[in-house]
Design a protein around this ligand. Structure first.
Ligand SMILES: [Zn+2]
Length: 270
């Protein structure tokens, strides 16, 4: 409660008292009030004094409550911040898992071979060197904010934008992002023919606090669901929607690759 407010309140409550006092004095000069009038004025003044004292007590009490509230708010905020930090790694069910990529198309192995050709000829389950010259020309290693990745350059530019947004809107989460890998020229795990988007430098695996999400359990860390919104807005496809849930995995959608082709950011031939 500011001093100005208190003075204003006092002025308002004392204004009628002033009028009563002036009235009383005027009559005491010009004519003596009757005993009834005198008693009545006295009673009114007493009532106003009581009102004033009561208002003063209320102001003091409110000031104290405001001070208490400030202390409480501060400690509540601290708890809330810690609570939020802990929930980022909390494992939750993914709501409508197969619908999380609505409006975007998975960049399938056959589609990517059509656009770029295979990243190398003899692919296995292990990471090997990239030999495809078109892709090799486009691959770079760069910091994208919280992590350093090796990917195709347009994917890196997009990733930098995503993490810039995360840093502005979810700074606590941003500080806890780590990576479990980006470029790795290999087949999709468990497949003998399908090539992983990791082999093209078009995907990244993310962790919160370095904690790996369990593959294929239909669940994910809450922090990854928050990140997924940022990725989707930039045209990235989330592995949570794969038939075998892989929610730490984010890859460039087919729509995004088609945009790059139209803009000449990747070769449009093949
Ligand atoms: Zn992955």
């Amino acid at each position: 409660m500011k001093l100005a407010n208190i003075l204003l309140a006092v002025a308002i409550i004392l204004a009628p008292a002033g009028w009563y006092l002036a009235y009383f004095l005027f009559f005491s000069i010009n004519s003596y009030p009757t005993r009834e009038e005198f008693v009545s004025q006295q009673e009114k003044l007493t009532a106003l004094t009581i009102d004033f004292n009561s208002l003063q007590q209320q102001i003091t009490a409110q000031g104290q409550r405001a001070a208490d509230a400030q202390t409480t708010t501060y400690s509540d905020n601290t708890e809330e911040t810690n609570g939020l930090v802990d929930i980022y790694t909390q494992v939750v069910n993914i709501a409508n898992r197969r619908e999380v990529n609505a409006g975007l198309t998975n960049s399938s192995s056959s589609y990517l071979v059509g656009v770029f050709g295979p990243p190398r000829q003899d692919l296995t389950q292990d990471c090997q060197a990239m030999t495809n010259p078109i892709l090799k020309d486009l691959v770079v290693t760069r910091d994208v904010g919280p992590i350093r990745v090796t990917m195709l350059e347009p994917a890196i530019i997009s990733l930098q934008q995503i993490f810039k947004n995360v840093q502005v809107f979810e700074p606590e989460l941003y500080d806890r992002i780590s990576t479990a890998g980006s470029l790795c020229v290999r087949l999709i795990r468990g497949s003998e023919t399908s090539i992983s988007t990791h082999a093209y430098g078009l995907s990244v695996d993310l962790n919160i606090d370095g904690q790996l999400d369990n593959l294929g359990d239909g669940k994910t860390q809450l922090g990854l669901t928050i990140l997924a919104e940022f990725f989707k807005r930039e045209g990235w496809y989330w592995g949570a929607g794969f038939s075998r849930e892989d929610s730490m995995h984010f890859q460039v959608s087919r729509e995004k690759i088609e945009t790059w082709r139209r803009l000449g950011q990747i070769p449009s031939g093949n």
